[in-house]
Design a protein around this ligand. Structure first.
Ligand code: NAD
Length: 431
């Protein structure tokens, strides 16, 4: 059993802490948010993430999982310290390392000799050096161990990852870190820190590229009269292509792809390479948002001012409560700016709202169920792929709407079922 500290108890930190405790380690999770720490100490999970509550409860009961306020409090007792703090987009597109630097400064004086400090946050190439500079400790190691979990399946992704990547200049530190993952059967790639950091950005860049690609193909399908769902089926059976991540929609969002794709362009630019392909991926994503907005405008008869729009789905994807950079929120803000009225329903976003969620949803009428969000609207838009939207009574939906158009920005519903209910169906890249 190794004693670990996890600094930052957000989506990544809390999952990391709870999973390592589940694997048998003693984990001390730290956050600067005192209220969050108090809630976690009581076993209350501040986020929606499948299986996480069970692991946190199990960890607290076994005594292997603790929550404390402040990074130093956790780091002073740990052999290995994971930094899981935010790395938001800075003004110039580069990742803002101020949270990482602040966390490193907070732990510098209390680290045990031979401690390993792990960058699990997504950080640009060279960030292990940044942490080393802040720590000013020649007796500790700094390594990179990027995280690839997806919100919505974070626990499963952590315990059954496709691979683990460790970037370290010290073989001893890499081995110490690799030993923590005993019990996680997956390939471990040990490389230098710059390669590990690049792997994370390249992976996210590639995934964003797949979505932008399929959205571009969907636009082409609309132009030539093809059906993108059949096209994806047809290309996906090619083993070199596969079916994964080729789902047309309102564009990618979330807390990672937008900032990481811009950071990738910026890292390349700073090192003299113009990553035009990644710029194109970002451009296609912005175009896609406009294309969805144009569909909504058309659905309400061409004028958004004064129109009533119902929205199903607010989170950036299903099975999470995360609204950060959600395409749904971007669309809603644009609708409100154009003078439309917006009612919305999402299974994880319920009153009373607080913090950033309340700010993002200002001016939106939040409904308790999907029928409420359809009631009295000129058009209804599906913006998140929540499974429950597939099984609704569409005739009831049609009966409460004023207008008769359903824009399915996720290609989630059966067009025939929507039409059977007397509604007009508008999908993405579909005939
Ligand atoms: P988050 O915003 O959900 O959580 C970050 C937490 O860190 C917050 O609770 C905050 O209060 C805390 N914090 C900030 N400074 C601190 C400090 N000095 N000491 C203690 N706590 C501190 O962030 P997240 O989504 O978990 O992302 C963290 C990092 O992991 C980012 O770099 C992100 O890009 C990366 N990442 C995220 C995901 C994801 O799906 N969310 C996946 C892979 C990688």
């Amino acid at each position: 059993m190794t004693t670990l500290a996890v600094v930052g108890t957000g989506y990544v930190g809390l999952t990391t802490g709870a999973c390592f405790a589940h694997l048998g380690h003693h984990v001390i999770c730290a956050d600067i948010d005192e209220e969050k720490v108090a809630r976690l100490q009581r076993g209350e999970i501040p986020i929606v993430e499948d299986g996480l509550e069970r692991l946190v409860t199990e960890g607290i009961k076994s005594g292997r999982l603790e929550f404390v306020v402040g990074a130093a409090e956790a780091a002073r007792r740990a052999e290995i310290v994971f930094l899981c703090v935010p790395t938001p987009q800075g003004e110039d597109g580069a990742a803002d390392l101020s949270y990482i630097e602040a966390a490193a400064a907070q732990i510098a004086d209390v680290l045990q000799p031979e401690a390993v400090v792990v960058n699990k946050s997504t950080v640009p190439v060279g960030s292990t050096k940044v942490v080393e500079r802040v720590l000013q400790r020649s007796d500790v190691y700094v390594v990179s161990n990027p995280e690839f979990l997806r919100e919505g399946s974070a626990v499963n992704d952590f315990l059954k990852p496709d691979r683990i990547v460790i970037g370290s200049e010290s073989q001893a530190a890499a081995s110490k870190l690799a030993a923590l993952y005993l019990g996680v059967p997956t390939p471990i790639i040990v490389t230098d820190p710059a390669s590990a950091e690049t792997i994370k950005y390249a992976a996210n860049g590639f995934l964003a590229m797949k979505i932008s690609f399929v959205n571009a193909v969907a636009a082409m399908c609309e132009a030539v009269g093809a059906d993108v769902e059949d096209v994806v089926l047809g290309i996906g059976f090619d083993k070199r292509i596969g079916h994964e991540f080729l789902k047309p929609g309102p564009g990618w969002g979330g807390s990672c792809f937008p900032k990481d794709s811009r950071a990738l362009v910026k890292i390349a630019e700073d090192h003299g390479y113009n990553f035009t392909m990644m710029r194109g991926v970002i451009d296609v994503n912005e175009q896609q948002r406009l294309r969805i907005l144009a569909k909504i405008r058309e659905a309400v008869g061409g004028v958004l001012h004064g129109a009533k729009v119902g929205v199903w789905g607010l989170t950036f994807k299903a099975r999470t409560d995360d609204l950060r950079e959600s395409p749904s929120i971007a669309a809603i803000h644009e609708l409100l700016r154009s003078g439309a009225k917006v009612k919305a329903y999402d299974p994880t976003i319920v009153e009373p709202l607080s913090g950033y969620k309340r700010d993002l949803l200002q001016g939106v009428e939040l409904c308790a169920d999907p029928y409420g969000a359809a009631d009295g609207v000129d058009a209804l838009v599906v913006l998140t792929e929540w499974d429950e939207f597939r099984w609704l009574d569409l005739e009831k939906v049609a009966s409460v709407m004023v207008g008769n158009c359903l824009v399915d920005a996720r290609n989630l519903l059966q067009r025939s079922a929507v039409m059977h209910a007397g509604l007009k169906y508008v999908g993405v890249g579909r005939l």
